[in-house]
Design a protein. Structure first.
Length: 270
């Protein structure tokens, strides 16, 4: 069998933890790199580190902190912390509350909690729920309240539950993280999440593909350049305006300015 076997098309795998919202960046990726499919990999918070270090994803939207000795991380944004309660709970009388105002309630603390507490707020529960989803079920049953990032409250939305902002609670930060050296595709995604333009963010990948990212010369720019060249050579509108100025200075028409026809010839008598 002759010929060379072509290498498979590259794919960018992006892991994301519950509550992270990669949709807008995924859309931008599809617009800029349609030839490189982006594959989303949903992972629990506890599995994010292993997913990245094990090569199951090229990068991930994870919650800080991460092991900086092993993973690179770029903080993206911090989330508002809210308390999830039943709709008829007395906490709902205010638009926001403080941690101190929750002191009399049982505050659930699931094993996958992503908030870093110096000391746990409220009254302790008999046991810790295994997951945030389990804790949401207990809140709906009237067994305590739950403090989570707002994105998780929305993710686990129920008609019988609501939430209020907690003004002084610790916040969870979402970061873009990856293991090892920064590949060209990771560099591309960094450019997207940081809001770089297409010309500034595609340089490395374009070079890897055998090209260079150069500003495009539009048709309008080409026309403008052609017009400029004509003007410099004396064939443009400036030449015409100069003739008009000569007419004005001569005080007559263009014909009067000519030496041959300055005086009209007399008519011959028959």
């Amino acid at each position: 069998m002759t010929g060379t076997q072509s290498s498979p098309a590259p794919t960018f795998r992006l892991a994301y933890v519950p509550g992270a919202t990669p949709a807008k960046w995924v859309r931008t990726w599809a617009e800029r790199l349609p030839e490189v499919p982006l594959e989303l990999v949903a992972v629990p918070v506890a599995a994010a580190h292993e997913t990245l270090t094990g090569g199951e994803a090229d990068a991930g939207l994870v919650r800080l902190p991460v092991d900086r000795d092993v993973l690179n991380a770029i903080p993206l944004y911090a989330e508002t912390t809210v308390v999830v309660v039943p709709k008829d709970h007395e906490v709902t009388a205010a638009e926001e509350v403080s941690v101190g105002e929750l002191g009399e309630y049982i505050v659930l603390h699931p094993l996958d909690d992503c908030l870093e507490w110096d000391s746990l707020p409220g009254q302790p529960a008999v046991s810790r729920p295994e997951t945030t989803a389990d804790a949401i079920e207990l809140v709906a049953a009237g067994i305590g309240v739950l403090l989570v990032p707002q994105s998780l409250a929305r993710l686990h939305h129920r008609k019988d539950l609501t939430y209020r902002t907690v003004t002084d609670a610790p916040q969870s930060q979402i970061a873009l993280s990856w293991a090892g050296e920064t590949s060209d595709l990771v560099e591309e995604f960094i450019g997207i999440v940081r809001g770089r333009t297409v010309n500034s963010s595609r340089g490395r990948a374009a070079q890897a593909a055998g090209g260079e990212a150069k500003p495009k010369r539009t048709a309008e720019a080409g026309k403008a350049g052609g017009a400029s060249s004509k003007n410099k050579s004396g064939g443009g509108s400036k030449s015409g305006s100069g003739s008009s100025g000569a007419k004005a200075r001569s005080g007559g028409t263009g014909k009067a300015a000519s030496g041959r026809r300055q005086t009209p010839k007399p008519r011959r008598r028959k």
